[in-house]
Write a protein that binds this ligand. Structure first.
Ligand code: ZN
Length: 184
């Protein structure tokens, strides 16, 4: 969320395409915020992907691909772990992007199992909207809703650092710095 996960996935998939590798990209159907047929990142830098109803469909649909990208993995069902292991065991390169923690700061869905199975992990971070530090928490602004899955962007969440996430409504910006000044 705002951290560049999808942009990083797209960057890696593009590099695979440049290397003439056959790529396929999947995302869960739940993520239909902007488009049903593309991964659309926040800067509108987009790439074609296939929405699937469940993780097992990925196994059925992967057709002589060498590289498989999966976006918004936190919204997939538990079967995704076995699917990704099967693809990797066949020698495919699998690149998964997902949110590691939910709005309560708890591990999100299948992400912990995926992290445990991965050869390489890159954590990309957003910027805390309160203090400008590195943020890896998603703070939900709509406190009335406690569903884990609430698909949405700027209206519902803001990235926060650990401190400001834990302070909740009490979090206030440093008095003499705006977040933007602190970044420079
Ligand atoms: Zn902060």
């Amino acid at each position: 969320m705002f951290s560049g996960k999808t942009e990083e996935l797209i960057r890696r998939i593009r590099r695979a395409q440049i290397a003439n590798q056959r790529v396929m990209i999947f995302k869960p159907v739940i993520d239909n915020r902007y488009s049903k047929t593309e991964i659309v990142s926040h800067d509108r830098n987009s790439i074609i992907s296939t929405p699937v109803e469940n993780a097992m469909l990925i196994l059925e649909m992967v057709d002589n691909a060498e590289v498989v990208g999966i976006d918004e993995a936190q919204f997939f069902d538990k079967a995704l772990v076995g699917v990704v292991r099967t693809l990797a065991n066949k020698g495919l390169r699998v690149i998964v992007a997902g949110l590691d923690m939910d709005f309560q700061g708890k591990p999100f869905g299948v992400m912990p199992d995926l992290l445990a199975n991965a050869e390489f992990i890159t954590k990309v971070h957003a910027i805390c909207q309160v203090c400008g530090n590195v943020a890896n928490f998603s703070y939900r602004l709509d406190k009335a809703n406690d569903e884990q899955v609430l698909v949405g962007e700027k209206d519902n969440y803001e990235p926060r650092c650990r401190r400001c996430f834990n302070l909740g409504e009490e979090a206030t910006p440093p008095s003499n710095k705006s977040p933007k000044q602190q970044l420079n």
